[in-house]
Design a binder for this molecule. Structure first.
Ligand code: SAH
Length: 366
């Protein structure tokens, strides 16, 4: 039977048969970044023909405004002669490209930039090299943030954290049990619970989560990336994290699979559909703050983009555009800033972190 299975599913079943139930975080990691068969490793999932669409792919305005935000932050940093502009999970490289193009209006900033793209996927790295080949800025690629050299940095992450694996635990009468993937009596992959409660788990939970009712699900991510962002920010740098998620830690199962722009069963086609989970901004903020860094927001993406001047940017673009383009620009502004189904303005949140000596970052003025 194993011969007929897609290779990643065969591998996951083999691991379960030798090592027992697989924590959902390990399952998610395999689905997304298994070296040969992980979802991101071999394909471009973005755009209308792919599985999902992100803000930079909706409109050039998004990356341009982020580029101007970075220029303003660079000034607050004292306009250092060299700045690492780091992007985590850059997808097609569109946001970096648009940001660098916008940065041309501040030549000293543009000259100071070395772009660092942190990308685990060889296929997407290749695509980013093609995109950034069109612009004359030094760029380097890395597979993890800790590989980027130290020094003054502005770190950007759009829809990156949601792609990092989550652990899940389910509350039972005797404590919290890790959620695991098993092969059930019918031979299908299904969800189960680790047999013993997680040791010493309650004390690390926020009160609201600890007191949740039986069967509640709690999700968490490893803190390593947030701590590394905090370490760098503390040394005079800044970071911007944009994603969908919740402002306060809470219980709830947010793991979702998306293929061809619609929701799928996370266990049905491992490695063939995107798997994500909402970002717990409170946990990210807490990890970053623990490094001595100041956190801003989160604010809603719509608010943030309006404060950065998306309306003015749209008006400028429209003056040079034919009428059909003008209505596309209006639709993009609505999709990026509006509320309701398929709109990102309220669902997506923006959080920043910086060395306290930088002062308030643009877009977070109250
Ligand atoms: N920021 C882009 C793409 C978002 S998709 C956009 O907004 O369009 C998530 C991106 O993160 C992809 O580029 C994916 O390959 C990358 N990624 C996922 N897990 C990663 C990891 N552990 N380390 C580095 N990059 C990762």
């Amino acid at each position: 039977m194993a011969d007929d299975l897609p290779p990643l599913e065969a591998e996951i079943r083999r691991l379960i048969s030798v090592a027992g139930p697989m924590p959902i975080s390990q399952y998610m990691a395999a689905c997304l970044t298994h070296p040969q068969h992980g979802y991101y490793m071999t394909r471009d999932p973005l755009g209308a023909a792919g599985d999902f669409i992100t803000a930079p792919e909706i409109s050039q305005m998004f990356g341009e405004l982020i580029g101007l935000w970075a220029a303003a932050v660079w000034r607050q940093m004292g306009a250092p002669e060299n700045i690492h502009l780091i992007e985590l999970g850059p997808g097609r490289g569109t946001m970096m490209m648009d940001a660098l193009r916008a940065a041309q209006v501040i030549p000293a900033f543009r000259r100071a930039i070395v772009a660092h793209l942190v990308e685990v996927s060889p296929a997407l790295q290749q695509m980013q090299r093609q995109t950034l080949g069109q612009i004359d800025v030094p760029a380097q690629w890395h597979s993890a943030l800790h590989e980027v050299p130290d020094g003054p940095a502005i770190i950007l992450a759009n829809e990156f954290f949601d792609a990092l694996p989550v652990h899940q635990a389910v509350k039972q009468n005797d404590g919290w049990h890790e959620r695991v993937v098993v092969v059930d009596a019918d031979g299908n992959l299904s969800l189960g619970l680790g047999s013993d409660p997680l040791p010493h788990f309650d004390p690390i939970l926020r009160e609201k989560v600890r007191e949740a009712s039986v069967d509640s699900i709690y999700e968490w991510r490893a803190d390593s990336v947030a701590l590394e962002i905090g370490r760098r920010a503390r040394a005079g740098s800044a970071a911007l994290v944009i994603d969908y998620g919740h402002i306060h830690s809470d219980v709830g199962d947010t793991v979702q699979a998306v293929g061809g722009h619609s929701f799928a069963d996370p266990l049905l086609a491992p490695g063939l559909v995107d798997l994500t989970a909402h970002v717990d901004f409170q946990s990210v903020a807490q990890a970053v703050e623990s490094m001595g860094v100041r956190v801003f927001g989160p604010v809603e993406q719509g608010t943030f983009l309006r404060r950065l001047g998306i309306e003015t940017r749209a008006a400028t673009l429209k003056t040079n555009a034919p009428p059909e383009k003008a209505s596309e620009i209006d639709a993009a502004v609505d999709r990026l800033t509006g509320s309701g189904a398929r709109k990102m303005g309220v669902l997506f949140k923006v959080m920043a972190a910086a060395d306290p000596k930088l002062g308030t970052l643009p877009g977070f003025e109250s």
